[in-house]
Design a protein around this ligand. Structure first.
Ligand code: HEC
Ligand code: HEC
Length: 139
């Protein structure tokens, strides 16, 4: 006999499948939540992506608008476009940071760019978009 909990899970899974089928008709290449991920896993959860983005903001001491376009007219953010050069620079920084971690810290393991890292953006940036600016800062 199935418990109530199991039934809820089954119903939830069934609706996932239905949503998946509905999404196939959409022109998007996959059923992923985000439209333009080139470095992060395309099936990343919203929660994980949020944490990474918050980490960028804290490491560089900037807000989301530093890398993402703010549509002033609509007063809303446009997340998927690459209009700001800072976003593409950041992709390269992500690749570099992942390379450093994989090559010099986690050389015996399989590590993905999205996982906890020994070297992070903060290691170099220390709350500055340009690391040089930290040179004169108090230790
Ligand atoms: C330092 C730059 C930077 C900052 C600051 C930043 N982001 Fe991002 N964001 C990126 C990059 C780079 C990507 C694309 C990653 C990739 O290609 O895998 C991205 C992707 C995203 C996406 C996915 C969009 C899509 O559909 O493809 C969302 C949503 C997002 N960011 C939200 C935020 C939010 C919310 C904030 C503020 C809390 C924020 N970002 C701050 C660089 C940044
Ligand atoms: C190993 C050190 C190091 C790490 C780690 C690092 N950066 Fe950088 N980053 C730099 C340096 C140095 C520059 C300045 C390059 C230059 O002078 O053009 C820079 C420049 C940038 C810029 C451009 C700033 C500007 O005003 O032009 C962005 C944006 C940036 N980094 C984001 C990030 C993010 C996000 C991460 C984490 C994923 C990261 N960086 C990790 C060293 C690092």
């Amino acid at each position: 006999m199935k418990t109530k909990k199991q039934i809820i899970v089954i119903v939830a899974l069934a609706s996932f499948v239905l949503l998946g089928v509905a999404a196939v008709k959409h022109p998007a290449p996959n059923t992923d939540r985000f439209k333009n991920l080139q470095v992060l896993p395309t099936n990343i959860s919203e929660d994980s992506l949020d944490k990474i983005m918050d980490g960028f903001c804290a490491s560089l001491n900037v807000d989301c608008k530093y890398c993402h376009v703010h549509d002033k007219k609509a007063d809303s953010m446009i997340w998927h476009t690459d209009d700001k050069p800072e976003k593409e620079i950041t992709r390269n920084m992500m690749r570099m940071t992942a390379d450093i971690n994989e090559k010099y810290f986690h050389f015996n393991e399989d590590v993905k760019a999205s996982e906890v890292q020994a070297v992070t953006c903060y290691t170099c940036h220390h709350g500055n978009p340009m690391p040089e600016k930290a040179k004169g800062a108090k230790k």
